[in-house]
Design a protein around this ligand. Structure first.
Ligand code: GRF
Length: 180
């Protein structure tokens, strides 16, 4: 696949790993967290890594890198900060995608899995969506639901949801890139 994506992450990088394993070309990985395990995954895969603690600086530099690497799609994979309006509006619409562990518009923001359990929801799931100026509010590209069992905990649900994320996020990214 000839089209480049770039990844923003803050944590473990299991979605990054799934994307790399799918053979999608990642031009660089950037993070607000220098200790993010995802940066190690990128390094092992010989993908250039960048990090900035300061979010204004991060956004400014990432915009430059997007042009430099000719990135076609910016993929949020566990990036735990809200992107500024200025950053989002500096890029074409439908340029940024995110994966979220709930059936949006339900349970936006942090702790989405806990929110579903606390709400005694019967179902939850994974949403892949475009990113706009709001929090988890951009248009939905794909959703997959799962049943919450009585014995489910945050941890057990997270494992099942991440299995789905790893499968459908990379497939969705691939099909978006095929349209270019
Ligand atoms: C994922 O569960 C995703 O839904 C959320 O952040 C988590 C990132 O996990 N946005 P990982 O860093 O890819 O393992």
């Amino acid at each position: 696949m000839k089209h480049n994506i770039a990844i923003l992450l803050s944590g473990n990088g299991s979605n990054l790993k799934a994307i790399i394993d799918k053979g999608i070309k990642v031009s660089f990985v950037a993070s607000n967290n220098p200790k993010a395990l995802g940066l190690e995954i990128a390094k092992t895969a010989n993908i250039p890594i960048y990090f900035w603690n300061n979010l204004t600086e991060l956004e400014k530099e990432v915009l430059k890198l997007i042009t430099e690497y000719d990135v076609k799609l910016l993929v949020l994979a566990g990036y735990m900060r809200l992107l500024s309006k200025n950053f989002v509006n500096s890029l074409p619409s439908k340029f940024i995608v995110n994966v979220h562990p709930s059936l949006l518009p339900k349970y936006k923001g942090m702790n989405a899995i806990k929110q579903a359990i606390d709400d005694s929801a019967k179902y939850t799931g994974v949403t892949i969506h475009y990113v706009d100026e709001g929090m988890d509010s951009g248009s939905i590209i794909k959703q997959k639901s799962i049943k919450i069992n009585k014995l489910d905990t945050i941890e057990s649900l997270k494992i099942r949801l991440q299995e789905i994320e790893h499968l459908i996020y990379s497939n969705t990214i691939k099909s978006i890139l095929h349209k270019y």
